[in-house]
Design a protein around this ligand. Structure first.
Ligand SMILES: Nc1ncnc2c1ncn2[C@@H]1O[C@H](COP(=O)(O)OP(=O)(O)OP(=O)(O)O)[C@@H](O)[C@H]1O
Length: 251
């Protein structure tokens, strides 16, 4: 689904992302973990077209997202979506939930747009994320952080995406609410055959969510592989250090 090869991003003298390669199979979750400043968001931003790579390639289903002139080639409308960390600031407080959730639909062809705006479709969509139809007429400030993240997820899945970047989607939430959102994301992945790139600095969240993980350190992928393999037998000293700084995990 997503293939990143030898990706680099340099800011002046700083190698924020250095020769990173990632392969994500359809229907799976790849967890990208690393401390603050390790380059996680920079990679996410190059995938969604906000930052151009210094070198390397990113392919979505075999198609390059950056052309030879380093221009971003937008994938077909809605195919790729992103959910950000902070549902407080990522939802426009002046817009009703209906307007927020249906905003990405504007990019879709007319027939799909009509279907997605229908009462029946929106009621089903809201239920799918654990909300209900009545919530559509309300505004973001009327909801809790967890509910706002459910709304952000509804906005992400309304276009029938195949690939979603989840950029610290639960980091701003209480632990009990975190678990609910993580389980919702897992259920949706199963039901909709979604592929996730899950960005987090939280090792226990990454372990719970990911089939494979990559550990970033100063822009470099120091370790990459099947999640349980890395958790049980970390090879790199840096990965061991990350684990050592964690409270004891139970899984
Ligand atoms: N637009 C920019 N201009 C200059 N330097 C940048 C820019 N964006 C990021 N950086 C630098 O690149 C490095 C990687 O940053 P990035 O935000 O990707 O890390 P991160 O792992 O996502 O961190 P966090 O978990 O705090 O979001 C950092 O040293 C950061 O200061």
């Amino acid at each position: 689904m997503l293939a990143i090869k030898n990706l680099c991003k340099q800011f002046d003298g700083l190698k924020a992302v250095n020769n990173v390669s990632i392969h994500i199979e359809k229907g799976t979750t790849f967890g990208l973990v690393g401390e603050s400043g390790s380059g996680k968001s920079t990679i996410g931003n190059m995938i969604i077209g906000l930052l151009n790579p210094t070198s390397g390639s990113i392919q979505l289903e075999g198609l390059d997202l950056w052309d030879s002139k380093n221009k971003f080639i937008r994938p077909s409308p809605g195919k790729m979506q992103i959910v950000f960390q902070d549902p407080q600031s990522s939802l426009d407080s002046r817009l009703s939930i209906r307007n927020i959730v249906t905003e990405p639909v504007r990019a879709l062809p007319f027939k799909q747009r009509k279907e997605k705006m229908s009462k029946e479709y929106l009621a089903t969509l809201m239920r799918q994320v654990g909300m209900n139809e009545d919530h559509l007429e309300r505004y973001p400030h009327e909801f809790s952080g967890g509910q706002r993240q459910r709304i952000a997820i509804a906005r992400a899945i309304i276009t029938d995406p195949e690939f979603i970047i989840l950029d610290e989607p639960t980091s701003a939430l209480d632990v009990s609410v975190q678990a609910q959102i993580l389980n919702l994301l897992k259920t949706l992945q199963r039901e909709l055959n979604l592929t996730y790139l899950f960005i987090s600095h939280d090792m226990s969240v990454i372990r719970y969510m990911s089939d494979r993980i990559g550990v970033l350190f100063h822009g470099e992928m120091v370790e990459e592989g099947e999640t349980e393999q890395i958790f049980k037998f970390p090879k790199e000293q840096y990965t061991k250090t990350l684990f050592a700084s964690l409270p004891q995990l139970s899984k």
